[in-house]
Design a binder for this molecule. Structure first.
Ligand SMILES: Nc1ncnc2c1ncn2[C@@H]1O[C@H](COP(=O)(O)OP(=O)(O)OP(=O)(O)O)[C@@H](O)[C@H]1O
Ligand SMILES: [Mg+2]
Length: 504
């Protein structure tokens, strides 16, 4: 009898394998970080072969740690950093370049040229739900075809394929050059700028305009169905691989946001708030994205509104790695506790421009309000507060787009262990912030998608039953102070605009 489901979480900073039991509890976990490659300002890359090696290692280790074998697994799910684009040769399995990571801004000129064809940044929005922005994967593929020697010819002759990291992981897990499946799911496909949100198929006109041969694109299957089985020599040999969800949609699923109006906010490398809008595709008027939330087998597509923030936890890492002010992410809480407040400093981390709700590619980071008084404790506070203010901007956009005010916020992700941040978040939002017992909702969501496909879980109702609250933070800040902080933040944001010039 198979008592467990595993998930591979191929994230931006690391790859994890987690094993869950029927109650959605964590049985085992293993994790490995991979290198963040910054070849020049604005560029961010990953070595996909390193990631595949890590995937194999964490899968074997997670089973080994809990003394399990593949026979104990009913299914495996995959979740992944979204939008990160890879092009590889289908006969050799070799990538033609590093993967271009979602935060990378090199495709700015490609996006500008497409926008100039008419319609501006919203040229494709009605079809794909997204503005033209460096964040999404389609233009990254175009960049690779334009800039890697011989890539366009090899793509046109059918040798090269494109995939986001779910597709790369699945292709390798199902055999790679030896019959690997070239498949993605609608949540990942909905982040390419190439998928029609109604039909869940590639839009041939947009692909043509972007200069991407259709033969490169993976087949779009649902988020929950048996795609194939693990390759014979791998740790999951013969186990059904049965779920794919982009990390943020997986977290939404793992948080049991399964009804219209339910939302979660994940605090990882960046911050991502998703609001389930059911089978209705809501077009945003306030800087949010319209995206696929999940598609379970043959059931109707469920959509979401999303507010994406590029930099939140990665600003804490920047404080650690680039400034050396702390030696671990967790230490920021002690440093922040050395002062009462931010001392008047506001840190707008527009490192990749600004995503929601502004979508300003021309913005770059700024620390404002500096005086001789400000010390490193204040900077630590400003770093934590930046996440909370950005979240409020997104929450206000959600409320405006949906016409309903959220009365509480479910949270998860690495930064939610930070009590100072969670209290400040509740204070700045003015609504309670709630964290579940299992904060690894990303991996859990992928496990649920896979487990539902093989009948390990019978229905989404079981996901609801498994969800349990751990902690809640209630707002206690004086509303006048809340307003003043937020007003200053909004002013600080405007100081980052218009920084990038033509010759940058
Ligand atoms: N105690 C803490 N206080 C503040 N930030 C923290 C703390 N612990 C971790 N972080 C931040 O949380 C992030 C890691 O969170 P998490 O593990 O959820 O991300 P992740 O899933 O690895 O991200 P990704 O999926 O993008 O790889 C890091 O950016 C780190 O700086
Ligand atoms: Mg993650």
């Amino acid at each position: 009898m198979s008592d467990y489901v595993a998930a591979i979480d191929q994230g931006t900073t690391s790859t994890r394998c987690m094993v869950f039991d029927h109650g959605g509890r964590v049985v085992s976990v293993d994790q490995r970080e991979h290198e963040q490659i910054f070849p020049r300002a604005g560029w961010v890359e990953h070595d996909a072969l390193e990631i595949w090696e890590n995937t194999r290692a964490v899968a074997a280790a997670a089973l080994g740690r809990a003394d399990l074998t593949r026979n104990d697994l009913a299914a495996v799910g995959i979740t992944n950093q979204r939008e990160t684009a890879l092009v590889w040769d289908r006969t050799t399995g070799q990538p033609v370049s590093h993967a271009i990571v979602w935060q990378d801004t090199r495709t700015g000129p490609i996006c500008d040229r497409l926008a100039a064809l008419g319609g501006g940044a919203d040229r494709y929005r009605a079809t794909v739900g997204l503005p033209l922005a460096t964040y999404f994967s389609g233009p990254k593929v175009r960049w690779i075809l334009d800039n890697v020697d011989g890539a366009r010819e090899r793509a046109e002759s059918g040798d090269l394929v494109f995939g986001t990291m779910d597709t790369w992981t699945l292709w390798n897990m199902t055999g790679g050059v030896d019959g690997g499946l070239h498949v993605t799911d609608p949540t990942n496909a909905s982040r390419t700028l190439l998928m029609d949100l109604d039909t869940l198929q590639w839009d041939e006109d947009i692909a043509a305009e972007m200069g991407i041969p259709l033969s490169m694109l993976p087949e779009i299957r649902s988020s929950s169905e048996v795609y194939g089985a693990g390759r014979a020599r791998g740790p999951f040999a013969g186990v059904p691989i049965a779920g794919i969800l982009g990390d943020q949609q997986a977290a939404t699923f793992g948080q049991a946001c399964l009804a219209v109006g339910e939302a979660k906010n994940t605090y990882g490398t960046g911050n991502f708030m998703l609001l389930n809008t059911g089978t209705t595709k809501v077009q945003s008027e306030h800087g949010l994205l319209t995206t696929v939330c999940y598609k379970i087998g043959e059931q109707p597509t469920v959509y979401a509104l999303e507010g994406s923030i590029a930099v939140s936890g990665s600003l804490v890492q920047w404080l650690r790695d680039n400034l050396g002010l702390i030696s671990s992410a967790a230490e920021i809480e002690q440093l922040a506790a050395t002062v009462e407040d931010n001392g008047g400093a506001y840190f707008v981390p527009a490192f990749s421009g600004l995503y929601a709700p502004y979508w300003r590619a021309d913005a770059r980071g700024a620390v404002v309000g500096l005086t001789r008084y400000v010390n490193k404790g204040h900077i630590a506070r400003a770093v934590l507060e930046a996440t909370a203010y950005q979240t409020r901007e997104v929450l206000e956009a959600m409320n405006a787009d949906s016409g309903v005010d959220l009365t509480s916020l479910k949270v998860d992700g690495g930064m939610t262990t930070n009590e100072t941040l969670m209290q400040f978040q509740a204070d700045i939002l003015g609504v309670p912030v709630i964290r579940p017992v299992v904060s690894e909702t990303t991996a859990l969501g992928a496990a649920y998608a896979a487990g539902l496909a093989v009948g390990f879980w019978d229905s989404e109702e079981e996901i609801r039953t498994n969800w349990a609250q751990d902690r809640q933070w209630d707002p206690r800040m004086d509303p006048q102070l809340r307003d003043r902080h937020y007003r200053k933040w909004r002013k600080a944001v405007t100081r980052t605009f218009d920084w990038i010039d033509e010759d940058d």
